[in-house]
Design a protein around this ligand. Structure first.
Ligand code: MG
Ligand code: MG
Length: 248
């Protein structure tokens, strides 16, 4: 069941969304060769506590950290560790908080130092596919319009869409209906309504769409070792169009 949010609830989600955006921007500014994802996780944790919020992912189904850190061929759900990042790496950061009962969820992929053109283009295409999808998040459209916007954008550039993980509704729960695949057909699926709040999150691979989960039961990697990028925003559908809640 898709839970529609009132105007007042969306106001509250704006607060948690802004916190996520502020903390992700803080993390982005810290990323450089030599820093560890453990350091980034500690920053996210302390910034969250400063705001009297809670980290959405810490202990979620026993996830051990506040921040998902997925470098290079990791797609999502990587654990922070004490290995220094190197110039040429790319790092996907997925972060969420809950504040005043409402969740915000967002992700970015950031280059570390000087990265290859292949990496730069993958990051740019993944981010642009998110905005192409957000443009479709208007009342009267269908869920498939969002999904197909991501797919057509990235596949026309030679990339592939991860099938095994999807976006989601969000509100008082981190994951609500509907599931939002990043592939599909325009005009198909549930009709979008004002009051829906969606976490739209393209996970895009440089090569094949196939992924595997490591033995830690969390870390998702590309099967062929190619790079992967991930961007996400929490977006409210309103009569005035899409409103990105996870922004400063
Ligand atoms: Mg997320
Ligand atoms: Mg999400």
């Amino acid at each position: 069941m898709i839970i529609l949010k009132s105007r007042r609830e969306i106001e509250r989600m704006r607060v948690s969304g802004r916190m996520v955006a502020e903390i992700l921007e803080g993390l982005r500014s810290l990323i450089c060769p030599g820093i560890t994802t453990f350091d980034l996780d500690q920053f996210a944790l302390s910034e969250t506590y400063k705001r009297k919020a809670k980290c959405a992912f810490l202990n979620y189904n026993n996830f051990p950290s506040s921040l998902c850190c997925s470098p290079n061929n990791q797609v999502v759900h990587g654990f922070p560790n004490k290995n220094p990042l190197k110039s040429g790496d790319i790092l996907s950061l997925d972060f969420g908080v809950v504040y005043d009962g409402y969740y915000g969820d967002s992700a970015i992929t950031v280059p570390v130092g000087a990265v290859s053109d292949i990496a730069k283009k993958l990051i740019a295409a993944t981010e642009a596919s998110l905005y192409a999808a957000i443009d479709k998040a208007v009342p009267g459209n269908r869920l498939g319009d969002i999904s197909s916007a991501v797919q057509s954008f990235v596949e026309s550039r030679g990339y592939s869409v991860v099938r095994d993980f999807v976006g989601h509704g969000i509100g008082k729960n981190l994951h609500e209906d509907p599931q939002i695949p990043n592939y599909g057909f325009p005009g198909k699926g549930v009709k979008l309504k004002s009051g829906m709040v969606l976490a739209i999150e393209p996970m895009i691979n440089e090569k094949s769409h196939e992924v595997e989960v490591l033995e830690d039961n969390w870390t998702v990697i590309t099967s062929d070792g190619g790079l992967s990028a991930h961007f996400e925003h929490t977006v409210a559908i309103t009569e005035n169009g899409p409103e990105i809640l996870t922004r400063i």
